[in-house]
Structures are given as C-alpha cells and as structure tokens.
Design a protein. Structure first.
Length: 301
C-alpha cells in the first residue's frame, strides 16, 4: 500500500494552523464581501456602493486620505465616492478599499503598526509600478492588481505575530533582512513563520490563489521554468518590490542596518539572479526603477 506523503509546505501549513488555534487572525470584513458582490454586477450601482461604504466612517476617512495622497492622487481632489469610482475605475476602487480594511484590521503597538504599514504600502505600490513597467514581458500570469495585493499582504502576519508572541517582537528588526534565514529563526522562536500565517490570512480574505501563493513563497528561491507550484513571475515582482521597499525604509530611517552593506543593489542583484532573469531585467534596470520609485515615494507615506 502506497503511503500518503505530505510536502514540507503542507507540514508548515498544518503546524501553523495548530499554533494559530490560540491566535486570532483578522477575518475578512463584511464590507469587502458585500462590495465584491456589488462590483460583480454587469452594471454596478454607484449609489448602492456609496451607501455601503459611507456606513463605515473610519474606512471612508481612510479612503479619501489615501485617494488624495500624492501616490494615488490624479492632480485633483476627490471628495465623493461616485467621483472616486468614475476616476479610478471599479478595480482600483476595490483595491484601495481592501487597503483601508487591512490597515483597520491590523491593530498593534502604534509605532510598530506605522512601520509595518509604511513598508507594506511601499511594496504594494512598487509591485504595481514594476508590473506596469515590464511591458512586453507582462503576461496573463502577471496581473498588476494581483502584484499590488501580493505586495500589500506579503508581511501581513508580522504585526499579528508581534501582538501574540513576545519572543517574536525581538525578531522584528531581523525580519527586515533579506540576507538572514528569517524563516528558520521564526520557526525556532515560535514554531511557525510569517509566510504561512500570512498565507492563511490571505486565503481567509478570499484573495486570488496566485496572491496567496506569493505570500507563502515570497522568501523562497525562485526556480526558473518551474510554475507547477509557484507563480514565479509574480514572486519575482514581489521580491524585487520588497527589496526596493526595504531599501527606501532604510534610507528613510525606518529600518536599521542589520548586515553591513545590506542594501547594496549590486549585491542584491547577484544573490537574486533568477529573479532578474524571470523578469528580463538587469541590475541597472532595477537601479532606474529604484530612482523613479523613490521620487514617487517622497514623504508621501
């Protein structure tokens, strides 16, 4: 009789579920489920959507702050939900509502929450921006909206684990280092890691399967021409965006230097050759993208 075999990833997920029986993962807000239903209509009713969003004053306030920020603003102030739907389009509108809901759902120590949020939004914007700039190499397996969501949720478990495990708080600085074996350090400290916990949260929020997998695998080495399990192009975008986000965090004083010369771009490119090959980029291309993004970021976050 053939024995059932369990993959290492399945073992990680099963172990994480056991540990998380005593930890609360924020559930998907009802407003997301209802908004998703309304936007799937052949002709979405803007009046009904406006009524739905307006019921939540906190989400509404965050939405307008985000929409009118330099990152998302379109040269004019948006002051109504119908106007936002018209100018942004329903897909981008949903993306920003999801962004606001995630920030509301992740509650932890204020300073930690701000650092987490700044990084997550920077990575989401970088992933979306990179996907849009790839042009001819963008294919059906590289959706800019999914890139944004994967960037936004890639570290969503970090504040959850900090809030529930005292020993994890001591790892927070190390989590920012791409040169450390972060997952092993996390597993040794609490018996699980932020990738599997983030994956479980992404699935509970009904995010697209490629996004959930990108959250799970975003610290894994990319194997070229192997898409049986990993959405490799999406992963490559997220890993590049994560590096750019962390690099900006360091320059902005949000992230300390864990390892000498850690944020040297040529050093990162050398250790991420498969990432660049998957995207058809070279180190100089990433350098140009970095300069463009850092100008976009400014002090807007």
């Amino acid at each position: 009789m053939q024995k059932n075999t369990i993959s290492p990833q399945q073992q990680r997920l099963r172990h994480a579920r056991e540990i998380l029986e005593r930890v609360r993962i924020p559930s998907q807000p009802g407003i997301i489920m209802e908004l998703g239903r309304l936007l799937q209509e052949p002709q979405p009713d803007f009046k009904e959507i406006t009524t739905l969003i307006s019921r939540d004053a906190a989400i509404t306030a965050r939405l307008f702050k985000l929409i009118n920020s330099p990152l998302f603003g379109r040269g004019r102030e948006i002051d109504s939900i119908p106007q936002a739907l018209t100018l942004l389009g329903t897909e981008n509108f949903f993306k920003l509502i999801l962004t606001c809901c995630l920030r509301e759902a992740i509650a932890t120590e204020p300073q930690l929450a701000e650092r987490f949020w700044h990084h997550s939004l920077r990575v989401a914007v970088a992933a979306d921006y990179l996907a849009g700039r790839l042009g001819s190499v963008a294919t059906a397996d590289l959706n800019p909206g999914q890139c944004y969501l994967a960037g936004l949720f890639h570290d969503c478990a970090v504040p959850i684990l900090c809030a529930n495990f005292t020993q994890y708080q001591q790892l927070f600085e190390t989590v920012t280092s791409y040169q450390r074996d972060i997952l092993s350090l996390e597993d040794a400290a609490i018996g699980t890691d932020h990738c599997v916990v983030g994956h479980l949260m992404a699935k509970s929020w009904s995010l697209p399967d490629p996004v959930c997998k990108a959250v799970l695998y975003h610290h894994e080495e990319i194997i070229l021409n192997d898409r049986l399990q990993m959405p490799t192009r999406l992963l490559a975008v997220v890993q590049t965006a994560d590096y750019l986000g962390h690099h900006y965090d360091y320059l902005a004083g949000d992230t300390p230097l864990v390892i000498e010369a850690e944020w040297d771009l040529d050093d990162w490119a050398l250790s991420h050759e498969n990432v660049l090959a998957e995207l058809g980029l070279e180190a100089d291309d990433v350098r140009h993208l970095k300069n463009e993004l850092f100008e976009l970021y400014g002090d807007t976050l």
